[in-house]
Ligand binder design. Structure first.
Ligand code: M6R
Length: 593
């Protein structure tokens, strides 16, 4: 989704810094980009549809400017075009701004401003903000104009704003992430912690309704008209975590990182064979008579596995809700509910809306997230850190296994079962490492049986069905092959009509008690011409199975099988020459509903 950045400093070569920042924001997904800068007390802008490389071709990097803002746009209001591309200007180019978020009342504001003589040149909601602030700046100083302008906005915004006759960089935030930082020769604001960490490890996460400005040597933050002070904190993201290292794609690097993520989680949450979640958190979770997991996409799929763990291991009733549906139909809330939001990014708009509803219920709510400075982490009662390190590829891989690991640990903790936990996970890690050492096996299968099909199916039962859903999402989002994940037993109720000669059906068999039943499904689809690829755990495997996964605790099979299905998606995308890390139409952090 949209990314914003702004830099101000004594360093006059800030155009290249802003471009560097925009390149760090690329992974979030975008379709156009632009920058604006002050030169000789005038604001100039350069915009391009397409990639940052298209923007770079239009730019003259020799221009000196010490105040620059930039934006990557993911179209919401209005098509992908130069007119709709940010930065947006106010009347007579007095103000330029970049915006991340959605302004719900922009149509009314536009009518109001038109009556005051303002003209509009784009279809965006963001252009309204520039003119609204301009309107107030006719009577008030720039800081007050930002405050008053923002007070009229309904919806979400993170803003970086420049005025042509001012050497400050203004900002404001509500319901969209915004981080300030100081680097050697400049101060900056940016919408993303990963991009922030490329400039500095000293940051401040701005809260909702805060606004202010940065100058060359000062950072001023305000709330409700009063100056407030906030301390810099250390950003934990390291340089090597942001780079692709020796890999061609972030996705492959992140797939390969999974054993170390699990190791990190175990070391952090299990100390001396005891769980260390903090007594307060576990007490609340234990006291609940029903757990409600709320999530989207891959995190939702992890939540389904979590329900299985909570119900089978801890006998704790659990409901899993799709966040985007949550506010239309609230679940029947039990007497002592406990809400767990699962979100890699911690910024997903559907979850933020759900959180508001949950807070109205006054029920305990925690966020399980990979970004502890994120809005969902900060606004819930507390958070659990997924500790997966930055996940840059749009397709979630290591965050999924981190979520499943943490959910398994929580279920074991509820059950006071810490004795063998380390051994169980050691064997999972060892199995994962074996699988990860031979990815070419997956490449060959995908080349021969999957990559050139229009559609594909994953089938499985019980825990395997839960992973089948995630496997299908992974395959479709990066390879664009139409893929569905089905409960094996459901095929005969309709979907089997789609099976014809050569359609790949990937069968997952990790559990002993479903082996026979899934093999019956394999025969059903084979006899209708499907090309079947079977992935089975060693003790339930037959020698003719395509991939035999070394032995491990079957309850934790989703962690191991996940690697195979992630690689299947990866190679299907690679063979089809897809943009693996930045698939079309998708964004990493989905900050609009
Ligand atoms: O950041 P979140 O976990 O809240 O994101 C939820 C989904 O948008 C995300 O999992 C999405 O489905 C992934 N790109 C799938 O790989």
């Amino acid at each position: 989704m949209c990314g914003i950045i702004g830099c101000i400093g004594s360093n006059t070569n800030l155009i290249s810094k802003v471009i560097e920042g925009l390149e760090c924001l690329e992974y979030r997904g975008y379709d156009s980009s632009g920058i604006a800068f002050i030169k000789n007390h005038q604001i100039q802008a350069v915009k391009a549809v397409g990639r940052i490389s298209d923007l770079k071709q239009k730019l003259n990097f020799e221009i000196d400017s010490s105040l620059v803002i930039g934006h990557t746009r993911w179209a919401t209001h209005g098509k992908v075009s130069l007119e709709n591309c940010h930065p947006h200007f106010s009347k007579e180019n007095r103000i330029a701004l970049v915006h991340n978020g959605v302004i719900e009342n922009f149509k009314n504001l536009r009518i109001e401003l038109q009556a005051q003589g303002y003209d509009f040149y784009s279809e965006t909601d963001s252009e309204v903000i520039a003119n609204l602030i301009d309107y107030y700046s006719q009577k008030y100083d720039h800081l007050k104009a930002v405050e008053l302008g923002c007070s009229r906005l309904e919806g979400s915004y993170a803003l970086a704003i420049i005025f042509k006759d001012d050497d400050r960089l203004y900002f404001a935030k509500k319901d969209a992430p915004l981080i300030l930082g100081k680097s050697e020769n400049f101060n900056f604001i940016v919408s993303d912690i990963v991009a922030a960490s490329s400039f500095s490890n000293e940051i401040i996460a701005i809260d909702d309704h805060q606004y202010g400005y940065l100058s060359q040597d000062k950072i001023a933050i305000y709330q409700n008209g009063k100056s407030i002070s906030k301390q810099f904190v250390k950003c934990k993201i390291q340089n090597d975590q942001r780079s692709k290292g020796l890999f061609d794609h972030y996705m492959e690097k992140e797939i390969q990182e999974q054993p170390s993520v699990i190791r990190r989680l175990i070391n952090h949450y299990v100390k001396d064979d005891k769980f260390s979640f903090g007594p307060y958190f576990l007490k609340k979770l234990r006291g609940a008579n029903r757990i409600y997991i709320v999530a989207c996409g891959t995190s939702y799929h992890a939540g389904l596995v979590g329900k299985y763990y909570f119900e089978t291991l801890a006998k704790k009733e659990t409901e899993v809700c799709i966040a985007s549906e949550f506010s239309y139909h609230l679940p029947l809330v039990s007497e002592r509910p406990f809400f767990l939001l699962i979100s890699q990014s911690g910024e997903t708009a559907d979850l933020r809306k759900a959180l508001k509803k949950i807070q109205e219920l006054k029920a305990p709510v925690y966020t399980m997230t990979n970004v502890v400075t994120s809005s969902l982490a900060q606004q819930a009662d507390g958070y659990l850190d997924l500790m997966a390190g930055p996940e840059i590829a749009v397709a979630s891989t290591k965050a999924y296994t981190a979520q499943v690991t943490l959910l398994a640990l929580l279920a074991h903790a509820l059950n006071d079962d810490s004795q063998t936990i380390k051994e169980k996970f050691q064997s999972v890690i060892a199995t994962e490492e074996k699988i990860l050492s031979k990815p070419n096996i997956f490449k060959d299968i995908v080349t021969q049986k999957i990559a050139f099909s229009r559609s594909c199916f994953y089938i499985g039962r019980n825990l395997d069905y839960l992973l089948a859903q995630e496997a299908a999402l992974k395959m479709k989002e990066i390879s664009y092959i139409q893929t569905e994940g089905f409960a094996g037993g459901e095929l005969k109720h309709g979907t089997i009509a789609l099976i014809e000669k050569g359609v790949p059906v990937i069968a997952l068999i990790s559990q002993d008690h479903i082996e026979e039943a899934t093999r019956v499904n394999i025969e059903e689809v084979k006899s209708r011409g499907a090309t079947v690829i079977t992935i089975a755990r060693q003790s339930v495997a037959k020698k003719e199975d395509d991939i035999i996964i070394p032995e491990h605790d079957p309850l934790l099979s989703p962690l191991v099988f996940a690697i195979v299905v992630q690689y299947f998606a990866y190679y299907a995308a690679l063979i089809n020459k897809r943009d693996i890390d930045k698939p079309r139409n998708l964004a990493k952090s989905v900050t609009v509903e």
